[in-house]
Design a protein around this ligand. Structure first.
Ligand SMILES: [Zn+2]
Length: 492
């Protein structure tokens, strides 16, 4: 419980925190009294020996691999300012463990350190965790918008002494009060409020992610949370252009979830106590920050919504030399309708996941490691801008070389296309599809269920090609991604 007493203009706050049966801790502080106490200290100090000069700002301890330039960039100060604030320092031989004063943070004292931001963190939750104020975090990190706090970004904090353990968090969803969230999580609402530096339960707002008091969770039985944002996993982190993005949400309750990322809406599917959402990221999308939204409805009908900026990194694809092709090869009147027809085949996510683990090679062992062209290569045709890219992985082969299903799936398309030649598309479920082009012969029919290693066709040179090869595509959430990732690892 919280008692507030107003005495004159000085607000004194007494908090009586119920810790254990019969044990009460009385915590009291008064901002006015603190100010008075420091005034007394200063005035009594001046009568005695002068105090040692106060440090002109918080300090940073040089870490292995740091350069002065890195440090200046990290704290948003200019190199000359940093050097001026540390006049005795040898800039050429920066020693690990040296203490550097960071200028421009007057009024703050202490040891500066860095932490990584996780999905679900906001200025409010970070300030609570590191026992500081949102304003201080804004100053330390030169934050200009909430998008500056994306998962994996580096946050500068003032060392809180010992690092507090990362308590589990819960998301207060739309329409839910802190009292309801506390009841659902099996904790005392006042303990929940106090451990989140809230003086009243109504101060918690929908979308707020609250720390669960660790003393409660450590001693009590495991708590079944609707959504634990601390346990939202992003793979890879950061996301990479041209790769599949995987979002894993831990949740034991039955719920329906969908995600939104870079203009795509994608579903989540249940998998052993969690929900998995997959979305391909286009090879040509601009690297940078995108909003990852998670929306849903819990079993009891409660709506759930959370969004945060996430980073999409450059895929570092290579630039092919300008290719000379006959103009009809890139005539939009031919290529666009076929592209739309082909993409429509891979647009929906089938709820049944048919494959498991890594994909196997779609070609015989002799050709498995022979790739005339990799996915993602930037392309210019006849001197155009580099607005084209290679949408698949090419395998060497001769007319008649066998093509195998790399994983279980259902055939959703077979047939001749102008640009792609004899083509096959296989649906593996959960929005993952694989495509096979330029075949001399197709050995499956629409509706067939294929098993890994099954013969599905023969390599050829049909469609617009310069020679026989297999152009192999992998689609995730309606976007072509790097097929190599399916051969080297299990996705998801
Ligand atoms: Zn190709």
């Amino acid at each position: 419980m919280i008692l507030r007493l107003e005495i004159g203009s000085v607000l004194k706050k007494f908090e009586i925190i119920h810790l254990r049966r019969g044990v009460y801790l009385l915590a009291a502080w008064a901002t006015g009294l603190l100010a008075l106490a420091s005034f007394v200290l200063v005035s009594s100090g001046s009568a005695q020996t002068p105090p040692p000069p106060a440090a002109s700002g918080p300090v940073y301890t040089v870490q292995p691999g740091d350069s002065l330039w890195d440090i200046a960039a990290r704290f948003g100060v200019s190199l000359p300012d940093l050097m001026a604030a540390n006049s005795g320092m040898n800039a050429d031989a920066l020693s690990v463990g040296a203490q550097l004063v960071i200028p421009g943070l007057e009024g703050l004292q202490g040891q500066l350190t860095t932490r990584s931001v996780a999905y679900g963190d906001s200025l409010t939750t970070l300030a609570r965790r590191y026992n500081t104020t949102p304003d201080t975090l804004v100053r330390l990190n030169h934050l200009t918008s909430p998008a500056d706090l994306f998962p994996g970004s580096i946050l500068v904090i003032l060392e809180p002494g010992e690092t507090p353990p990362q308590p589990p968090r819960i998301l207060l969803h739309s329409g839910q009060t802190l009292l309801e969230a506390a009841a659902a999580s099996g904790v005392n609402p006042w303990t929940l409020a106090i451990s989140n530096a809230l003086t009243a339960t109504w101060q918690a707002l929908p979308g707020d992610s609250l720390h669960l008091p660790t003393s409660t969770t450590a001693s009590g039985p495991p708590i079944a949370l609707p959504v634990d944002l601390a346990a939202v996993q992003l793979l890879p982190e950061p996301f990479v252009q041209g790769k599949g993005a995987e979002v894993i949400i831990t949740g034991t309750q039955e719920m329906s979830l969908s995600g939104s990322l870079a203009g795509h809406i994608f579903p989540f599917f249940p998998r052993e106590g969690s929900y998995v959402g997959l979305q391909g990221l286009h090879a040509l999308m601009e690297p940078g920050l995108y909003t990852l939204g998670i929306h849903g409805t819990l079993a009891d009908g409660t709506p759930l919504a959370f969004s945060q900026a996430v980073l999409v990194k450059d895929g570092e694809y290579v630039y092919d030399p300008v290719l000379a092709v006959s103009p009809e090869t890139i005539d939009p009147a031919v290529t666009k309708p076929e592209e739309a027809e082909w993409a429509a085949l891979a647009a929906t996510a089938t709820p049944e996941k048919l494959w498991d683990g890594k994909f196997t090679s779609p070609v015989p062992p002799d050709y498995t490691d022979c790739w005339p062209s990799r996915y993602g290569n930037r392309r210019s045709f006849n001197g155009s801008a580099y607005t084209y890219f290679h949408s698949g992985l090419d395998f060497c082969g001769n007319v008649g070389t066998e093509i195998y299903a790399p994983a279980a799936g259902r055939v959703v398309f077979t047939g001749p296309l102008t640009v792609r030649g004899n083509a096959t598309m296989i649906d593996h479920g959960w929005g993952v599809y694989s495509g096979y082009m330029h075949q001399s012969e197709i050995k499956v029919n629409v509706g067939d269920l294929v098993t890994p290693g099954q013969l599905i066709g023969l390599i050829g040179g049909t469609g617009r090609v310069t020679g026989p090869h297999l152009h192999w595509e992998l689609w995730v959430g309606g976007v072509q991604v790097d097929p190599m990732d399916f051969l080297t690892g299990a996705f998801p």
